[in-house]
Design a protein around this ligand. Structure first.
Ligand code: HSE
Length: 335
């Protein structure tokens, strides 16, 4: 376990250059009770080839929802790259970006966080790595609006993040990252996109003290269970009253999909991020296929075709390609 520091080293042992390839993992945020706080990196990746150009912005995209990726300066990769470039005090430049997307788009699996982290990391490398990992996280969280996806996207593992902490900069970020071992994520991905803004608009502005305590107790239990490897408490620890009961109305079959996963042997199942994908956690060697099939069938029964993916938890986070292979950016280590 490692506590995040404001200016951790982002060094990956390579000097300034004019092009770079970065890979960033998918993420699942909230994990039930940890709304805007908890997140987990998953072994499914988007790849970003970023190159400096004399001027202008060019984007090419292949893979998942390539037709929906903005091919201009509105692209999140470019917006993040420009934000880092500016923060680093670099002179104006143009950008060429190629995206190879494996992460499903608009399903709650961190596709936008991957683009932001990919652009931020790439620009930092191209600028000669002037910014530390903490600064990259702050810029990424500002662009995303919350930090629970961008933190595991950058550092990998299972992360707890708090924004608005006292520190040198207004609204500093503190995070702790740990490895969650012995678990497999089974993710049901429905053929349905749910914009995060829509999924946040439906949430109440205020909650009762009773519901706040309910979630706080589960979130703490979840972190303690994953930190100690004692997964017996996970089923209870993945309950939530802050967002899922409201968002269930936006995801046909949500309650049945969660129940189907549990009945098939998952230790717990929750809405992945803002949805609509559903994430089940299973013990390694558990009935992965039965869980995946049961979740996909429950979505199907609610009238929504769905596929499922079995994903390991990713420990590496954002990585930069070097002549010797991919190297982690965050410099964080798991216990
Ligand atoms: N915590 C966020 C939410 C994750 O649930 O809205 C989605 O980006």
């Amino acid at each position: 376990m490692r506590e995040g520091e404001r200016a951790g080293s982002a060094a990956v042992g390579i000097g300034p250059r004019s092009r770079v390839r970065v890979r960033v993992p998918a993420t699942s945020a909230n994990l039930g009770p940890g709304f805007d706080t908890l997140g987990m990196a998953l072994s499914l990746f988007n790849y970003f080839d970023v190159e400096l150009a004399a001027e202008g912005c060019w984007v090419e995209a292949t893979g998942e929802a390539a037709e929906r990726v903005p091919l201009n300066a509105d692209n999140l990769v470019i917006r993040a790259a420009q934000a880092v470039w500016k923060r680093a005090g670099m002179p104006p430049t143009g950008w060429r970006v190629r995206v190879e997307a494996q992460i499903p788009f608009g399903r709650g699996l961190g596709s936008s966080a991957s683009a932001i982290v990919g652009g931020a990391v790439a620009a930092n490398v191209l600028a000669g790595e002037p910014l530390g990992a903490g600064e990259l996280l702050r810029i990424a969280a500002e662009l995303e609006g919350h930090a629970d996806n961008v933190t595991p996207a950058l550092f990998g593992g299972f992360t707890v993040v708090a924004q608005g902490c006292p520190g040198e900069h207004a609204g500093d970020i503190r995070w702790v990252r740990l490895a969650a071992r012995g678990l497999v994520a089974v993710v049901a991905v429905p053929e349905l996109q749910l914009p995060t803004q829509q999924s946040r608009r439906i949430l109440p502005r205020q909650v009762s003290l009773q519901d706040a305590v309910f979630n706080m107790s589960r979130a703490c239990l979840l972190v303690a269970a994953l930190a100690t490897g004692d997964t017996r408490a996970l089923a209870a620890a993945m309950e939530d009253r802050l967002h899922q009961p409201y968002r269930a109305a936006l995801v046909p079959g949500f309650t049945q999909v969660v129940q189907a996963a549990r009945d098939a042997g998952a230790v717990g199942a929750v809405l992945s991020g803002a949805g609509p994908a559903v994430l089940a956690l299973a013990a390694e060697g558990g009935p992965i296929e039965a869980i995946g099939d049961a979740m996909a069938e429950a979505f199907q029964a609610a009238g929504v075709p769905a596929r499922w993916l079995a994903l390991d938890l990713d420990d590496g986070g954002a990585q930069v390609e070097t002549p010797d292979g991919f190297r982690a950016v965050g410099g964080s280590r798991c216990i």
